[in-house]
Design a protein around this ligand. Sequence first.
Ligand SMILES: [Zn+2]
Length: 84
Amino acid sequence: MARNSSHPVRMCIVCRERIEQSALIRLQCREGNLEPYIGMGRSFYLCFECVEHKKTSGQLARHCKSNTPVMLMNRLKEIVVNDG
Ligand SMILES: [Zn+2]
């Protein structure tokens, strides 16, 4: 049954669900700012359902070592809009 291995699965940092990579938003932090992943450096994943999750700002702040979670959330929403 596990024959189809061409769809890599990654974990959302908020809900910790394991989801197909194509259904996740891939992000990274550069100089404390949230950015879409550009192909180098460390990255992490967020599922679309967690964009509005109450734990998301805290998780983003932790990953970005930032104390401005509201700014990170605003940036996240920009990235999501541009992505769609
Ligand atoms: Zn999630």
